[in-house]
Design a protein around this ligand. Sequence first.
Ligand SMILES: C[S@@+](CC[C@H](N)C(=O)[O-])C[C@H]1O[C@@H](n2cnc3c(N)ncnc32)[C@H](O)[C@@H]1O
Length: 455
Amino acid sequence: MATGIPKTRWGSEESEFATKSASGNAPEVSLSYAGKRPENDILASDRAKLIELWRHLSTPLGGGSQLYFGDNLPVLGRLLQDPSVRGQVRLIYIDPPYATQSVFQSRSQADAYRDLLSGAHYIEFMRERLVLLRELLADDGSIYVHLDENMAFYIKAIMDEVFGRANYRNWITRKKCNPKNYTRKTYGNVADFILFYTKSDRYTWNRPYDDWTSERAEKEYQYTEERTGRRYKKVPLHAPGVRNGETGKPWRGVNPPPGKHWQFTPKTLDEMDVRGEIYWSSNDNPRRKIYLDESQGVPVQDIWLEFRDAHNQNIEITGYPTEKNPDLLARIIGASSNPGDLVLDCFSGSGTTLAVAAQLNRRWLGIDNSPEAISATLRRFAKGLERMGDFVSLRKPPSNGDPGETLPLFSDNQIADTGAQCSSERNPVIDFALFATQPYAGELDAVLTQWLSWI
Ligand SMILES: C[S@@+](CC[C@H](N)C(=O)[O-])C[C@H]1O[C@@H](n2cnc3c(N)ncnc32)[C@H](O)[C@@H]1O
């Protein structure tokens, strides 16, 4: 649709249709595929049996931070039974596998995780988890789902079903890497996407702002007050609509323009004028001054260019493949939660969400079924991040006669020093409990021994 003011959000015929179809529980539009389970079956899925591997003594179990090693489906099922978690999670961020048909390897070239699901299997894998996540989310909670173009459109349709189309907030486009030297006949692929939904229309929201650049500020705030040197812009003092009260009458002999009224009462306008906040043009047309130094910054929009993956921004990393930029998580956690809130990531990988949540004084829940991921998370909690330079790779497994290959995940031209802010995590994170799902075959024993030697 072209830029402009839409006549209606949903046209009148569509509204009538929407009301009818919303009268049952069925969504207006739904995705149909083989193996789609009824929600009730998903909600009755098996719950994980857990063993506690480690706990910091001061960690209160109910509502405290917790890291789980295991498949997230039964762990989420288990968390649903915990009244300190069900309906209490203020923010969920997930960065699941993207159906890339690859095996991702860590710095030690051990397989970190397999991303081999595709089509309907992938969609249902995601839907099962999204249904449980919805139940864990607080009524004023938010969920962000990070994907690439492979599956984002399908999962958008599924999220409309699970969370309701009315609770869709943004489709955020993130620049994930530096420009690539493409040999394929396509435009370079530098974007991925974050779908932002809420549980209701009453949700936690701390609007993020970007700082003004001097160029942009000078363009928007063109005038400088002689007396004070303050930069300002001029905006109308009137608003649409006729009023019969005081705001519809002349002020200082000036009528509001036809069909409009003054935004303030004459008394307030007088006070503003005394403070020098009104600009009078040569033909006595009053306008309001809006000062640059009173602006919080430029409200953040839905294209994010500054959070390329850690490997692409030459900032410090854990070395786990596909780890996200901590500053990206800081933006999301800051916008959609407050200190003390519970933040959940059930594809937690190297623990980016968890470490940033801890830094920002949120409680957190993390789940991952890769020992490499738990190992990277514990190392990061104890020792922080490290300068990059480690080899991180992606293995294409053999298929249909193709022998497969191992490729570096980040080519040299993607690794540029941009002089970006380095967001090192320095404070050890130790206030949490660590669990594994049963059966547990000792996959983390060596990692735990190391963890105990670090803290
Ligand atoms: C894209 S990575 C997440 C990276 C993470 N955002 C970070 O910054 O490091 C996806 C993660 O999901 C985990 N994963 C995949 N399937 C899972 C499952 N069924 N249960 C738990 N974790 C799973 C993988 O082990 C992998 O660590």
